[in-house]
Design a protein around this ligand. Structure first.
Ligand code: SF4
Length: 267
C-alpha cells in the first residue's frame, strides 16, 4: 500500500469517511472553484520560477474551467477569481522574497519513504528554496482569509508541515499564503519543526496505518454545535442514506485506491 498525508489526515478526521473514499471509491465531485483554482495557481507559480509568463499560464489553466458548474462564493465569479490571481502573481514578483534554484528539480518534488511494515508513504513537496535567504521547505496555499499567526509558534503545529518535515528531514518550513480577499495579500510564514515532532508524526503514521490495515473504520461524527465536522464532510449523504445529497456531492469509482497525489490547496 502507498499512503499519503491526505489519506492519514482523512483517517484521523473520521475513519468512516476514509473507508467511503479509499475503499469504497466515493470521491467528492470537483465543484469547489477555490480548490481547482488553487491547482491552476500552482501551475502559474511554476511558470514564474521557470521565467515564463505566469499570468498567461494562469489564464490557460483556469480557462479550462470557465464553464464548469462550480459553486462560487457570494460575489465571486470566474473573472473575479482570475483577476485576484493575476494581482497576487504581480505582488509575488514585486516582493521577490523567494528563490528556487533549478526549478525543474525543486518544485513538486516527489518523496517516497518505506515504512517498517513494508508500505510506502508518498508526498509531493511544493518547493524547496529560500525565503529571505533562509533555506526551507515551502508549501503554497491559496485561501480567502489570512492564516492566524498568533500566538507565536502556531505554525509549527501545522500537521501538513510536520508531515513534510518528517518525510524530507528538513526542519525549516514555510507556508506562503496567497490570500484572495478584497485587497489581495501574501503571507510568508516560517516555522521550525523539531526532531521530536518528526518522530511523533512517524509514530502517528504507523499507528494510523495499523488501524487501517486492521479495518478499524468507526465513525467520528462531529455533531457538537457549532463545530459540526459532518456538515463539511463530502460523505454526509452516505451516513444519512440521503441519495440526493450523495448525488450532489459524490461520484463513485469502484475499486478506487488512487491517492490524492497533490495535497491540495484548499480554502
Ligand atoms: S458524515 Fe460525519 S460520521 Fe459520516 S463519514 Fe462524514 S464525518 Fe464521518
Amino acid at each position: 500500500m502507498v499512503y499519503s498525508y491526505t489519506q492519514i489526515s482523512q483517517y484521523l478526521r473520521c475513519p468512516r469517511s476514509y473507508r467511503y473514499r479509499y475503499l469504497d471509491g466515493w470521491r467528492e465531485k470537483e465543484t469547489r472553484a477555490a480548490m481547482v483554482f488553487g491547482r491552476c495557481f500552482e501551475k502559474a507559480l511554476g511558470a514564474y520560477f521557470c521565467q515564463e509568463d505566469s499570468a498567461a499560464m494562469l489564464f490557460k489553466e483556469w480557462d479550462a474551467y470557465r464553464n464548469a458548474p462550480f459553486e462560487y462564493r457570494k460575489g465571486e465569479s470566474w473573472d473575479h477569481i482570475f483577476h485576484q490571481g493575476v494581482h497576487l502573481l504581480e505582488t509575488f514578483a514585486r516582493d521577490n522574497r523567494i528563490r528556487i534554484c533549478s526549478p525543474q528539480q525543486n518544485l513538486q518534488i516527489k518523496v517516497l519513504r518505506t515504512l517498517p511494515g513494508g508500505s510506502e508513504f508518498v508526498s509531493y513537496l511544493d518547493a524547496i528554496g529560500e525565503i529571505d535567504g533562509q533555506r526551507c521547505l515551502i508549501d503554497w496555499k491559496t485561501t480567502t482569509s489570512r492564516y492566524s499567526t498568533e500566538p507565536a509558534g502556531l505554525l509549527s503545529l501545522d500537521p501538513q508541515l510536520i508531515c513534510y518535515s518528517w518525510i524530507s528531514g528538513i526542519s525549516e518550513v514555510a507556508l506562503v499564503v496567497f490570500v484572495r480577499k478584497h485587497a489581495p495579500e501574501i503571507q510568508y510564514l516560517r516555522a521550525t519543526i523539531s526532531d521530536e515532532q518528526r518522530q511523533e508524526f512517524g509514530r502517528l503514521v504507523e499507528t494510523s496505518i495499523g488501524q487501517i490495515e486492521e479495518a478499524q473504520f468507526v465513525s467520528h461524527p462531529g455533531i457538537r454545535f457549532p463545530q459540526n465536522g459532518c456538515l463539511s464532510c463530502p460523505h454526509l449523504g452516505l451516513c444519512l442514506n440521503n441519495e440526493q445529497v450523495v448525488a450532489a456531492k459524490l461520484i463513485r469509482r469502484p475499486g478506487a485506491s488512487d491517492l490524492d497525489w497533490l495535497d491540495e490547496l484548499v480554502d
